[in-house]
Each structure stands twice: as structure tokens, then as C-alpha cells.
Ligand binder design. Structure first.
Ligand code: NAD
Length: 353
């Protein structure tokens, strides 16, 4: 039965497809942008120069200092580059780290954002920004940081290494999974979420062996877009909160942490979210949601234990304390002892129960 719900679509223009980057000039014109500063990480600086050349006369150069966790110091340096270049738009080319920098600049200056995602993190579809200052990460939700336009060009994802393709794709699946049992879920987002899990879970096992398989790349990017819509529209729960705590406390890599924790968080919530579990099992084609996700991670060959990411064993108790410190909504109440067991299993790389 369809229950009462509220649905609010986010105003973002999306162009999708192999070769879609050729439309960048037209998209900037549509935004009314006169000078665009291209943002990248140092690793993607060369690709940034190529995009700047495509923009031609409207290019205000490349700032290639984007880095993990959106540190405020980097934003301040980028602000100087933005002002020196008299740019009225940023073109964020890369993953969640680069998109985060573009959002931080938009928050401070109102500059328009055209995002060209090259991972599956989904930040381009959300009004969410996490920033770090003095080792503390704060997250805000505001339409001021929502990008105006996104170009998903499948070709630009071909270079994403197999391991990162797998973990970034699992990060996307995590958005879709939690959207299915979100307190503010709605039927439109649930459709997107189930299809996101279906497309990503079929594409990722192909991509770890054939990273240049165009059909699988296209499916994965499409699934990532759907997952980004889920993350941007409805609230997340235990899985995202736990990954945020673990990542921040033990400085663990973002996508890998999501990949390891997801099957355990789903096992935890299974009894309290039967409809969501039915969607996940349909999408995975597996009899059980948590076991199916664990088997998917095994098939991808990515790390399965938080210990492998460098989380110390004596951090388990502390992580459990932190996880219950600030209460938040979750389909099943979050209790310390049960969370401690969950973290212990994820730390050891055991099967979820
Ligand atoms: P990332 O942006 O840090 O990218 C990881 C590395 O891969 C970088 O060196 C990058 O240059 C490189 N890379 C990216 N695409 C590539 C490609 N196609 N080919 C080769 N190399 C490539 O990683 P991420 O997982 O995309 O983003 C993680 C960050 O995004 C985290 O800080 C997370 O908190 C944030 N995030 C924010 C939101 C949000 O809504 N605010 C959503 C998801 C993630």
C-alpha cells in the first residue's frame, strides 16, 4: 500500500552519456557563465587542463589542489585563485573530494557549479557539504551548495582503477540501501534506489576484471546517479553515521569503509525494515540482503576487514561509545552492545549475522 509521503525534487540539470563532455560549452552558456575555473585533485590536473582547453575563451584556468575531507585551508587558497581569475563558475572534475571543494566555494561566493563526476560517490546530486577544520569535520545541508548542472560522461570514468571502481560503487549502493528504509522515504526515490542497486551490483563485478567495458561503465555511472539522487533527497541512517564516525576517528578511507560496513549495517537493520530488504534482495537476485551484499564484496575482491584499513583493535570499544553518543533516527534502535558486536565483526572481516 502507498503510504503518505512528501517528495521534493532537487533542481539540477543532468546530461548523461558517452562523449557528453562535448556539450560543456553549451552547458556553461546555458548557465550564463562567462569565466569558469576548473577544479581537480593533483592526480587529475592533466585531465583538468584538457577540459580547460575545451572551454576555450571562457576558461579561467585550473586549480588542482582539491583533496580529501575538504579542508578549509585548501578552500581559502582556492578562493584566492577564484577571485584572481575573476571566475563566476567552477567546473568540478573528479570525485567527491573535488565536488566538495566546488561546494565550499559556492557556499562562500555564490559561484555556479558545473560538476563532471569521475567516481560513483554521488556528491554532485546532494545539497550536503562536509568540511574539515582543525581535525573536526562538520556537515551542512543547504541548497546554496547544490550544483546547478552535472555532465556524466561515461568516457571519463574509464580510467577509474578497478579497486576504486568497486569501492566507490559500493559507496553508491550504500546510499540506495539506506534510502529504502529512510524515515522520509517515498515511492519515487525507492524506485531509483532499487534500480541503482540492480545496475551497480551487475556492473561492478564486470568492471573489476574489465575496467574499460563501456556497457558496464555506463550502467555503473547510471546507478551512481540514481544513488546520488537518493542521498540528496532522503535522510540516511546507521550505516552512514557509523562510516562517518569510523572514518573521522581512525582516518579510514571513505569508499573502502563504506564497502566493509554496509553488509553489517544491513544485517543490523534487517528485522526492522522488511520492505527494504525485499527490494534489496530483488535487486541483487540473492535470497538475503546482508549476505548478498557480503558476497558481492567478496566477489569484488576489495578489503573485507576494518583491520585491513588500519583500524586498531583497541578502537572497537571507543567506536561503539562514539556511535551511540549522538542519537539519530534508525529503523532499529541503536544500542551500544549490538553496535559493538557489529563493529567487531566488520573489524575482523567476518560474515554479518
Ligand atoms: P575522491 O574524490 O577523493 O577521489 C579519490 C582519488 O581518485 C583522487 O585522487 C581522484 O583524483 C582520483 N580519481 C577520481 N576519478 C578518477 C578517474 N576517473 N580516474 C582516475 N583517478 C580518479 O573520492 P570519492 O570517493 O569520489 O569521494 C570521497 C569524498 O567525497 C569523501 O570526502 C566524502 O565524504 C565525500 N562525499 C560527499 C558527499 C556529499 O554529498 N557531500 C557524497 C559522497 C561523498
Amino acid at each position: 500500500m502507498i503510504k503518505t509521503f512528501t517528495y521534493e525534487a532537487l533542481p539540477i540539470r543532468v546530461r548523461f552519456g558517452s562523449g557528453a563532455i562535448a556539450e560543456i560549452g553549451a552547458e556553461l552558456e546555458r548557465l550564463g557563465a562567462r569565466r569558469a575555473l576548473v577544479l581537480t585533485t593533483p592526480q587529475q590536473a592533466g585531465e583538468g587542463q584538457r577540459i580547460a582547453a575545451m572551454i576555450g575563451g571562457a576558461s579561467a584556468g585550473v586549480f588542482s589542489g582539491a583533496t580529501m575531507h575538504t579542508p578549509v585551508e585548501v578552500t581559502e587558497t582556492a578562493l584566492q585563485a577564484l577571485s584572481a581569475a575573476a571566475a563566476d563558475c567552477v567546473v568540478s572534475l573528479g570525485g567527491g573530494s573535488t565536488t566538495g571543494l566546488g561546494k565550499a566555494l559556492a557556499l562562500r561566493t555564490g559561484v555556479q557549479q558545473l560538476v563532471i563526476p569521475t567516481t560513483y560517490a554521488g556528491s554532485e546530486m546532494t545539497p550536503i557539504l562536509g568540511e574539515t577544520q582543525d581535525g573536526r569535520k562538520t556537515t551542512i545541508r543547504s541548497l546554496d551548495v547544490l550544483p546547478e548542472a552535472v555532465i556524466y560522461d561515461v568516457d571519463l570514468t574509464l580510467s577509474l582503477p578497478p579497486g576504486l571502481s568497486a569501492t566507490s560503487g559500493m559507496n553508491a549502493i550504500a546510499h540506495a540501501v539506506e534510502a529504502l528504509y529512510a524515515r522520509d522515504r517515498n515511492p519515487v526515490i525507492s524506485l531509483m534506489a532499487e534500480d541503482s542497486i540492480r545496475t551497480l551490483s551487475s556492473a561492478l563485478p564486470i568492471l573489476v576484471h574489465e575496467p574499460r567495458n563501456m556497457e558496464a561503465r555506463s550502467m555503473a555511472l547510471y546507478g551512481a546517479w540514481l544513488a546520488g539522487c537518493c542521498l540528496g533527497t532522503v535522510g540516511m541512517a546507521l550505516h552512514h553515521k557509523l562510516c562517518h564516525t569510523l572514518g573521522g576517528t581512525f582516518n579510514l578511507p571513505h569508499a573502502e569503509t563504506h564497502t566493509i560496513v554496509l553488509p553489517h549495517a544491513v544485517a543490523y537493520n534487517a528485522s526492522a525494515a522488511p520492505e527494504a530488504m525485499a527490494s534489496i534482495t530483488r535487486a541483487l537476485g540473492a535470497p538475503d540482503a546482508a549476505q548478498g551484499l557480503f558476497d558481492l564484496v567478496r566477489a569484488l575482491g576489495t578489503p573485507r576487514a576494518l583491520a585491513d584499513l588500519g583500524m586498531p583493535a583497541d578502537g572497537i570499544e571507543m567506536a561503539a561509545d562514539l556511535a551511540v553518543e549522538n542519537p539519530y533516527w534508525n529503523p532499529r534502535p541503536v544500542t551500544r552492545d549490538a553496535i559493538r558486536d557489529l563493529i567487531g565483526r566488520a573489524h575482523a572481516g567476518e560474515r554479518p549475522v
